[in-house]
Design a protein around this ligand. Structure first.
Ligand SMILES: NC(=O)C1=CN([C@@H]2O[C@H](COP(=O)(O)OP(=O)(O)OC[C@H]3O[C@@H](n4cnc5c(N)ncnc54)[C@H](OP(=O)(O)O)[C@@H]3O)[C@@H](O)[C@H]2O)C=CC1
Ligand SMILES: O=C1O[C@H](COP(=O)(O)O)[C@@H](O)[C@H](O)[C@H]1O
Length: 508
């Protein structure tokens, strides 16, 4: 381990769901792979009065699914320490400071500190302030702050939060998590684009008809109704994950692949997304909420019947929209996005739909495909999850006979072995933060611009509070309006249960 990676990790919210489900297993994977060894220690904090032993037992039980040997388990959990703390009570930070100083000496951590705020966002500013005022931040080493989403609830609250944090930490030391940026195939977007000239030279309005980004979930709101009913799909998924994916798809090539260059290009891309008028937002964005329905053999209740959800809720569980990017590369190319809960299946996919050939020279042998009869479009699909890989549909000739075209699918998927060995998003992001690599974290300017885009849509919807919810059945791909959004432009979602493209291309 290099000196830079030795560190004290303090987790605020150590008894919470995120810490148990994601952080402890990810730390264990890093430990098992040798990225963490003797020079690391973890302090867990929360209000409850756990003993050290209880905390270590919780950590141990949260990594059971990874089947640690007894020796691995014991040597891992002895790095975990617990300090009860109410983050709003400044006087309680003294005990944290004492423990942190002691662990820094015991483990030779060179003063390096990583603070992970796995707590509700209203505490972010308070904690950052007290870390400074109570002298928890050491004078030597690095001091980095990892912040969970949501980063604010609109532009103004995000700006205020940012000011509170920036008064204590430099932008370079703030690691705003968007866990989609830790996903292997999201990181592969840049590899596909900038590692393959055949794509990069076609990656513009001259050759691309439209781009489609779908983040579909079959799960409902589960036990997070209280949070979700205040948030909705627009703030929960579009403001962060979807706009980050759009930025990666739309950005210019960085001069060199470093965090600063990539952030610079992503910010430019986000700033080129057209800020709609309220009227344009109404026209180009669709919202939905799930009703009861069936997924396979299972019956599901409506969103309004979920626990901790207002039975007359008008919160959207589905969003579809059209984004336009006003720059030389993307002029006139719609980026269609959609996300929703209780859809047909879980999956994140990107479809790059290329323009058809200018003339269908094979028209004598082929029934007209569309009104312009220009032949089938090529589609590059990036499968983000759960299946991971790429496919490209080309047109070839049927064997023998005339020039009847048929689609051919070049398909690559990561094998199940590769998937088993793929680092989980939080594992990668924790390691990046330890190394100080901010490539896959969001800069304030990205967050700010994303809120500006989303706030307009929210305001447009809020100005028309009467909604006909619920408007899609659980187990479908959302309300009809989401399909009409593309149809009025002469397009179709490539990924839909009753699939036009699949039908015409005889794809499985
Ligand atoms: N869970 C998930 O899958 C995801 C979560 N997130 C984000 O991560 C953050 C944490 O979420 P999650 O783990 O689900 O939340 P939980 O509600 O499960 O955990 C909250 C934690 O905060 C502690 N806490 C609450 N109040 C105080 C206080 N005043 N002082 C000290 N500790 C306190 C709680 O412990 P105690 O009661 O003992 O004080 C608990 O450990 C949120 O920002 C969420 O949006 C983001 C993506 C996914
Ligand atoms: O950030 C969030 O993401 C999850 C979906 O994440 P995934 O990695 O399972 O695709 C979503 O369920 C949740 O509502 C949202 O807060």
């Amino acid at each position: 381990m290099t000196n830079e990676q030795r560190a004290l990790l303090t987790i605020f919210g150590a008894s919470g769901d995120l810490a148990k489900r994601k952080l402890y297993p990810s730390l264990f994977r890093l430990y098992r792979k040798g990225y963490l060894n003797e020079h690391f220690a973890v302090i867990g904090t929360a209000r409850r009065e756990w003993t050290q032993e209880t905390f270590q037992e919780i950590v141990a039980s949260s990594i059971q699914a990874l089947h640690p040997t007894e020796q691995e388990l014991q040597s891992f959990i002895r790095h975990f320490y617990y300090q009860a703390l109410n983050v709003s009570e400044p006087e309680q930070y003294a005990a944290l400071k004492t423990l942190a100083t002691q662990l820094d000496e015991t483990y030779h951590l060179a003063g390096n500190q990583l603070f992970y705020l796995a707590m509700a966002p209203q505490f972010f500013g308070t904690i950052a302030g007290h870390l400074h005022s109570e002298n928890i931040v050491t004078p030597n080493g690095f001091h980095r702050l990892i912040i969970e989403k949501p980063f604010g609830s609109d532009y103004h609250s995000a700006e205020q939060l940012n000011e509170e944090i920036r008064s204590v930490f430099d932008e370079d030391d703030i690691f705003r998590i968007d866990h989609y940026l830790g996903k292997e195939m999201v990181q592969n977007i840049s590899a596909v684009r900038f590692g393959n000239n055949i794509f990069e030279s076609l990656w513009n309005h001259k050759y691309i008809d439209n781009v489609q980004v779908t983040l579909a979930e079959s799960l409902g709101v589960e036990e997070r109704g209280g949070y979700y009913d205040q948030s909705g799909a627009l703030k929960d998924m579009v403001q962060n994950h979807i706009l980050q994916i759009v930025a990666l798809l739309a950005m210019e090539a960085p001069t060199v692949f470093t965090d600063k260059n990539i952030r610079y290009e992503k910010i430019k891309a986000l700033e080129s997304i057209r800020l709609y008028t309220e009227q344009e937002a109404q026209k180009n964005f669709v919202r939905g909420q799930y009703a009861e329905g069936k997924l396979g053999a299972k019956e599901f209740s409506s969103y309004q019947d979920e626990p901790n959800v207002n039975p007359r809720s008008t919160t959207e569980t589905f969003v579809a929209g059209k984004l336009l990017i006003d720059n030389f590369r993307w002029k006139g190319v719609p980026f269609y996005i959609r996300t929703g809960k209780r859809l047909t299946e879980k999956g994140t996919r990107i479809h790059i739909v290329f323009k058809p050939t200018p003339i269908n020279v094979f028209r004598e042998a082929n029934a007209p495909i569309d009104e312009n009869d220009t032949g089938l479009r090529n589609v590059l699909t990036i499968y983000i999850q759960p299946t991971e890989g790429f496919s490209l549909t080309l047109n070839g000739k049927t064997i023998g006979g005339d020039y009847q075209l048929r689609p051919i699918k070049l398909d690559y998927r990561h094998s199940s072995d590769t998937l088993d060995n793929t680092p989980e998003a939080y594992e990668k992001l924790l390691l990046d933060a330890l190394k100080g690599d901010a490539t896959n974290f969001t800069h304030w300017d990205e967050v700010a611009q994303s809120w500006r885009i989303v706030d307009i849509i929210r305001q447009a919807w809020d100005s028309q509070p009467e909604v006909d919810f619920p408007n899609y059945a659980s187990g479908t791909m959302g309300p009809d309006a989401a399909f009409e959004l593309l149809e009025r432009d002469g397009f179709q979602w490539v990924w839909q249960p009753d699939n036009w493209y699949r039908e015409h291309n005889q794809l499985p």
